[in-house]
Write a protein that binds this ligand. Structure first.
Ligand code: S3P
Length: 174
């Protein structure tokens, strides 16, 4: 059986909430890399982007992923929506466990994040256009990493957890 479960997907797809619920169901610890980075730097993501820049944040993502890939304990890892854009991160994700891609449509992202101001990349005049642009540039990266893909637009967190639980129990053959 694979060791870790890694949750990837665009902002707002539910990685963090699925991670927390899955951790309850499978009795495994969950690590959210965004939260880990925020705790380490004692800064919120917005502040990190503003003061240190996106490139610095991307380097932190890689560093954190490298550390997690070396840890032996079985766990659930949810990563930021942009983590798979770096090739080295995609390799780290693949070697760290079963990669579950929570696929979402741009319109659902907009709906879910309408009143959210915690995503620096979506602070712009036309967030839908920005979501579509980012998503189309990332689509292939998500697909390249994914062992399984779940379309989450019309699913509740519990439904997504049930699908992942089932796959995890049966195991994945690459
Ligand atoms: C980002 C997604 C965010 C966070 C940062 C950058 C991205 O995480 O890492 O704002 O590039 O898509 P979520 O996907 O958890 O929102």
């Amino acid at each position: 059986m694979e060791k870790n479960i890694i949750l990837i997907g665009f902002m707002g797809c539910g990685k963090s909430s699925v991670g927390v619920k899955l951790s309850w169901v499978l009795k495994l610890p969950v690590i959210d890399t965004d939260k880990l980075i925020e705790a380490r730097l004692k800064m919120r993501i917005n502040q990190i982007f503003e003061e240190k820049g996106e490139e610095f944040f991307r380097c932190m993502e890689t560093q954190v992923l490298e550390e997690l890939s070396l840890k032996k304990n079985r766990k659930i890892i949810s990563v930021g929506g942009g983590t798979p854009i770096r090739e080295e991160n995609r390799e780290l994700l693949r070697k760290s466990g079963i990669v579950v891609y929570l696929r979402i449509k741009p319109s659902s992202v907009l709906e879910r994040l309408r009143d959210d101001d915690t995503r620096p990349l979506l602070k712009c005049d036309n967030p839908l256009e920005q979501i579509e642009k980012l998503m189309s540039s990332r689509k292939a990266f998500y697909e390249e990493c994914a062992d399984i893909t779940i379309d989450v637009d019309d699913l509740q967190t519990e439904d997504i957890v049930a699908v992942i639980q089932d796959v995890y129990r049966k195991g994945i053959k690459r």
